[in-house]
Design a protein around this ligand. Sequence first.
Ligand code: 13P
Length: 252
Amino acid sequence: MRRNIVAGNWKMNRTFEEADDLLFAIADPLQKLDLGNTEVILCPPVLYAEMFTDVALENNFSVGAQNCSNHESGAYTGEISAAMLKSMDIEYCIVGHSERRKYFNENSEMLAGKVNQLLDNEISPLFCCGEVLEEREAGKHFEVVGQQLFEGLFHLSADELDNVIIAYEPVWAIGTGKTATPAQAQEMHAFIRSLIAKKYDQEIADDTTILYGGSCNAKNAKELFALKDVDGGLIGGASLQADDFLKIVQSF
Ligand code: 13P
C-alpha cells in the first residue's frame, strides 16, 4: 500500500544511554504531532529493539531493523533471523543497503533470500537500490538500479511486493551532503515505477511506496517529498538529530 513514510536509519551509532536520550527526544514531540497519513519508522541498532518497541506501542511510530539473516535459523554465529525480529515486534527491516552490499559483500541472491525470510515472517522489507558515482557518470544508473530490483525483488508475487517498500539511495549521495537534484530523484523514482508496471501492472506500480535516501535533511526534504513519485525518505545522518528528524517528518 502506497503511503508517506519517513524512516530513520541510525546505522551503527549511539550507545544504549545515548539511544535512550535520542529516542525520547524524538518520541515525545512526535506524539504531539498530527502526522496525517505519514508513517514514521525508526531503525536503531537492533540490540535496543525492546526499548524501542515498548515506546513505539504508546507512540505513533514503528520500529525497523537494519539487517537480518538470509537463513531461517541454525549455526550462523552472530546472525539474527527474521523470526527473531518478528518475536521482538519489529515490523520493518532494511535490506540491501549499499553499505552492506559494499562492506559485507551482500549480493543479490543473499538479498532475495533476506526479502523472502522477512516476508515469511510478516516483516516489510525496506529494499535499497542505487548506483555508485562511476555508474552514474557512465550513464549506467538505470541499468544498475533495474538489475538490483530484478535480482532482489522481482521474483516476488504481486501480493508479496505489496508489502515491500523501495528506497532509492544513490550511493554518491549517502553521507556526502551531495543530495540528488529533484530532477534526478524524480527521474529515477519514475523509472522504478515504470519497471514495476512492466513486470507487474500499473496499479501495483502506483501502489508501491518509493522513498529517497542520500543526504536528505530538514532543508531539502520538502522539495524532495513534493515530487510526484517520491513518497518520503530514508534518512541517515539527519535522523540522529531529533529537531532535524522531526522537521523532516513534517515535510509533506
Ligand atoms: P545520509 O542521510 O546520512 O546520507 O544516509 C542515507 C542512508 O544511507 C539512509 O539509509
